[in-house]
Design a protein around this ligand. Structure first.
Ligand SMILES: Nc1ncnc2c1ncn2[C@@H]1O[C@H](COP(=O)(O)OP(=O)(O)OP(=O)(O)O)[C@@H](O)[C@H]1O
Ligand SMILES: [Mg+2]
Length: 354
């Protein structure tokens, strides 16, 4: 009997939906060659010569920090570099215990059924690294959460710096350039972080990134340069590839729902409306206070220091977290500035997003 051949009538626009997701790791990371080269060099020097170099990757949202770190881990595997690696998102795992557990899992440590105290866990990890002469790269993404966490103040980093330098390499990632300055002095000097800035993408760079992704994610002839260009232009105010991808994904869905064969410019505009609409969300009391304070400030902008002073009834860490949320959702923009030789952040209100 002839085998049944299933043929697809192509009606859809989206070919590989996961390629439009945030977590997707594309084959090529565009425009980050220098950063990848620097970091790969650091890893190789650590593995081959025990040279210890830890890094701090910073830059605004959607500029490829997480992608670059994940790509590095993938590359280390592909090139069979003799190093273990763990990626820890500190929003999800912000306690010392949960982070150490991830490291222990990676090292395939067998844990007693009775459970284990955090200090013992630390000891076991250290002995495993030393006795088996292993090296591990620990990536701490969204690291502000870990450092500012009330219960885990610096302690995972403290653990990591206490472990032998020839066994542990650390990459910290954050939106907040000033983050390392909040670290405990001993930890800071022991880590000796090398700062690596991820600059925001230009429109042209965004176009290329989105086009590459569209080729993977969408069927052929369902999009053209104009569509990609508009998605890039919308995202270019923030130089944010994630926003560009979100607009493209939404536009593809709109076109698909309307059973079109191609994404049109109008679909992109509708997608933009829809996405920005979603962002107009309900603010909680603290967020409202922050917004109101900035609204009445001179030029509708304020430094973090002034804001903390004005809202001194609110815990500084809570404020920091709320500010970060407001920046991530585009309600505020943040700029690093220097005041009296120190670093500070300047927040501005983006009233279109209210
Ligand atoms: N250079 C690039 N080449 C291809 N895709 C990219 C590039 N930069 C970013 N992207 C894509 O854009 C999205 C956002 O990137 P990523 O998550 O790495 O940003 P981020 O800098 O970590 O942002 P955040 O600070 O908000 O965590 C991801 O889907 C990623 O794949
Ligand atoms: Mg990230």
């Amino acid at each position: 009997m002839m085998p049944m051949v299933k043929t697809y009538q192509r009606e859809s626009i989206i070919k590989l939906p996961e390629a439009l997701n945030d977590e997707y790791i594309p084959e090529e990371v565009l425009y980050r060659d220098n950063e990848i080269k620097e970091l790969t060099g650091g890893i190789k020097a650590f593995v081959n010569y025990n040279f210890s170099q830890n890094y701090f990757l910073y830059g605004s949202t959607g500029v490829g920090k997480t992608l670059t770190a994940k790509k590095l881990c993938q590359k280390a595997d592909d090139e069979q570099i003799n190093i273990q690696h763990v990626y820890i998102n500190c929003w999800e795992n912000h306690t010392r215990m949960s982070a150490l557990n991830i490291i222990a899992d990676k090292l395939k440590l067998v844990m007693p059924r009775r459970g284990i105290a955090v200090d013992e866990l630390y000891e076991r990890i250290t002995s495993c690294l030393v006795n088996q002469n292993k090296k591990i790269l620990v990536v701490l993404d969204e690291a502000d959460r870990m450092i500012y966490s009330k219960y885990a103040k610096d302690s995972l980093l403290y653990d990591l710096t206490r472990m032998k330098k020839s066994h542990v390499m650390v990459i910290l990632i954050s939106n907040d350039e000033s983050l390392p300055y909040y670290l405990d002095q001993r930890i800071k000097s022991s880590l000796a972080l090398k700062f690596l800035e991820f600059s925001s993408y230009t429109v042209q760079q965004l176009k290329d990134i989105l086009k590459e992704r569209a080729k993977i994610a969408l069927h052929i002839n369902t999009f053209d340069d104009e569509v990609i260009g508009l998605c890039a232009a919308i995202a270019s105010k923030r130089g944010d590839a994630r926003l560009g991808l979100a607009v493209l994904r939404e536009a593809a869905l709109i076109a698909e729902n309307e059973e079109k064969k191609k994404i049109s410019i109008e679909d992109v505009y509708k997608a933009k409306e829809k996405l920005f609409e979603l962002k107009k969300r309900n603010f909680d009391e603290i967020e409202k206070k922050i917004i109101e304070t900035i609204k009445v400030a001179e030029n509708k902008q304020i430094t973090s220091g002034e804001l903390y002073k004005k809202l001194n009834e609110i815990n500084e860490r809570t404020l920091r977290n709320k500010l970060e949320n407001l920046v991530n959702t585009g309600v505020l923009t943040k700029e690093e500035i220097k005041i009296n030789r120190g670093n500070s952040s300047l927040f501005k209100l983006n009233e279109k997003m209210l």
